[in-house]
Design a binder for this molecule. Structure first.
Ligand SMILES: [Zn+2]
Length: 188
């Protein structure tokens, strides 16, 4: 829960950044400060979006998705020893987008590719089933939001984690979906 005592420097909660249908206009529901994070400024107009799945449990409510995000953050910080959760944003089947490193900080999500991309990860395992419409729509809105905010080039390339690293991520079923989305390239 949000009230348990946390090690110094850990953000209080994953930020619930936005909800469809007005992703770019929504104010954050949480103010998240991760003091431990050494900020590496992300340059604007990035050329790539890389899609992941967390390969974890499904979540369909704000409470359960927040718990998932918290668990992933703990794993990335305590086990992986990263300064914060690796993804830039996470997407739940509650239709919400949860902020990880956000727009302006380089992620740790795709070896050799993090500095030139935004990493968006769907919460759940999508090897044998695709995310629901709420999550897919939230992801599409997030991509549009990135373009309209100037964090992503209009001529961006969308790809899956498996296209830049030997991994099954983002799962076969999700991969099939994103491979039909605009600007997708299997060999980025
Ligand atoms: Zn991945």
């Amino acid at each position: 829960g949000q009230n348990r005592s946390l090690p110094l420097g850990r953000s209080l909660s994953a930020l619930v950044l936005l909800q469809t249908p007005e992703p770019c206009c929504k104010s954050p529901a949480w103010s998240s400060a991760t003091a431990a994070l050494v900020k590496s400024p992300q340059s604007f107009l990035l050329p790539y979006v890389i899609i992941h799945h967390t390969a974890g449990n499904r979540c369909t409510s704000q409470a359960s998705c927040s718990r998932q995000v918290r668990g992933i953050q703990n794993y990335h910080m305590d086990t992986q020893r990263w300064p914060d959760i690796g993804y830039n944003f996470l997407i739940g089947e509650d239709g919400r987008v949860y902020e990880g490193r956000g727009w302006s900080t380089v992620g740790a999500h795709a070896y050799n590719w993090s500095a030139k991309s935004l990493g968006f990860s769907f919460l759940g395992n999508f090897s044998s089933r695709a995310p629901n419409a709420a999550a897919l729509n939230a992801a599409k809105s997030l991509i549009q939001c990135a373009v309209s905010k100037g964090f992503l080039r209009r001529s961006y390339t969308l790809t899956g984690h498996r296209n830049v690293f030997p991994t099954s991520c983002p799962g076969n079923a999700l991969y099939r979906v994103i491979s039909k989305w605009p600007r997708f390239k299997g060999k980025p």
